[in-house]
Design a protein around this ligand. Structure first.
Ligand SMILES: *Cc1c(COP(=O)(O)O)cnc(C)c1O
Length: 398
């Protein structure tokens, strides 16, 4: 198929025209169960009535005014995010990468105004993903994404995920911060051990460094907590969120303590679209649901049910499923066949799952998922494993 879209994606030969809850209807009329959520974005599933109502109400009134004026919807969303987290301030963005850019700039500015302008470097981790801008590809250090885009933004020291000795060895007078995903998403649903995060916090406190969390994927209820850092109890100084907060509308943010943000004064940072009335109305609507009493407990319960069923599936297909990982509704299956074959086999069963690094298939269903849909998804995974176990059954060797 010829396309005028820049061919940077190997797209599956399928398009969707409507969605309802966890289900997507393709242009062919076929119904798919979506355990990818548009990459952890459709936190409330598709066509959630509260989001649609908010979109229509605010859409009828006012979309955009710019940050030259007061934006009550953004004020309210910032206040709610801060009240529910470690943070004192929020800055809204249009994407995860833009939120990370803000996190990185905040860390540099902090040391600059603290009389440590040399502390411009940071420690980052192998397997990380922070976005596709020049700073965020340099931060993550993934050669695949850096190749051909030289010169690299300097100042990032990439060490093994979970390796405290490597972190200590990378410390130098130039290091000003440590940036980590509490649960790596693209890297293959790798959960940072609580002890490791605690040790990083202690190291940051001891050396006057900022601890920066990237919760673009793990945040906004995905882990069963509003933010995954609550699982370890380790609080960052600055944190990026995006994906789930917009429920499908492009919205991100970085959150910071007053101390960490002390250099971010008038004129130091900006965005034209970021936090506009339409985007932040929808962010508020997502929070209305996610902060409802019992919502996160239900995410945790469904996450446990999913994990239990995935372990049973692993018992049935130990040659295909090597490991079950994750927290809440952010689960990963490390598989034996190439992960692309696994996700293709799942798609042949009308189940969408998402490939990640480390040969892991990611399951990121909407947070509103119920037990019956989890049951259905695992039945479809079972059928996919069967076709992979006996390839002659597979009509889907695309
Ligand atoms: C998706 C993602 C990003 C980048 O977000 P974009 O909206 O694609 O720019 C950054 N960090 C993590 C952990 C992500 O999962």
């Amino acid at each position: 198929m010829t396309s005028s879209l820049l061919p940077t994606y190997a797209r599956a030969p399928i398009a969707f025209e409507k969605g309802e809850g966890a289900w997507l209807t393709a242009t062919t009329g076929e119904l798919y169960l979506d355990f990818g959520g548009g990459i952890a974005v459709a936190s409330l599933g598709y066509s959630h009535p509260h989001l649609i109502k908010t979109l229509h109400e605010q859409g009828d009134k006012l979309w955009h005014t710019s940050n030259l004026f007061q934006i009550p919807q953004a004020e309210r969303l910032a206040e709610r995010l801060c009240a529910a987290s470690f943070a004192d301030y929020a800055f809204f963005t249009n994407s995860g990468a833009e939120a990370l850019e803000g996190v990185i700039k905040t860390a540099r500015k902090y040391h600059s105004v603290s009389g440590n302008p040399h502390k411009t470097h940071m420690i980052t981790f192998q397997g990380a993903f922070h976005g596709r801008t020049l700073a965020t590809i340099a931060a993550a250090g993934n050669e695949k994404y850096l190749d051909g885009f030289e010169p690299r933004l300097p100042g990032f020291h990439n060490v093994a995920f979970g390796d405290l000795d490597a972190v200590k060895a990378a410390l130098s007078p130039e290091i000003g911060a440590i940036l980590i995903e509490p649960i790596q998403g693209e890297g293959g649903i790798r959960v940072a051990p609580a002890q490791f995060l605690k040790a990083l916090r202690a190291l940051c406190d001891e050396h006057g460094l900022l601890l920066l969390f990237d919760e673009v994927q793990s945040g906004v209820g995905r882990s069963g907590k509003l933010f995954a850092y609550e699982l370890s109890g380790v609080m960052p100084d600055v944190m990026a969120i995006a994906k789930g907060i917009g429920g499908g509308f492009p919205l991100g943010a970085f959150l910071a303590t007053k101390e960490a943000a002390k250099g971010m004064t008038v004129g130091t940072h900006g965005t034209t679209y970021g936090g506009n009335p339409l985007a932040t109305s929808i962010g508020n609507a997502v929070l209305d649901i996610v902060l409802e009493p019992g919502f996160l407990a239900q995410v945790t319960a469904m996450g446990e049910l999913l994990q239990q069923k995935l372990h049973a599936l692993q018992d049935r297909y130990p040659g295909i499923i090597l490991e079950v990982r994750g927290e809440g509704l952010m689960r990963g299956l490390k598989v034996a066949p190439p992960v692309a074959d696994f996700t293709t086999a799942a798609r042949a069963q009308k189940l969408l799952v998402i490939p990640a690094g480390d040969n892991v298939a990611r399951l990121l269903p909407p947070l509103i998922i119920g037990a019956e849909e989890i049951e259905e998804a695992v039945l479809r995974l079972d059928a996919a494993c069967q076709t992979l176990a006996s390839p002659q059954l597979s009509g889907a060797a695309e």
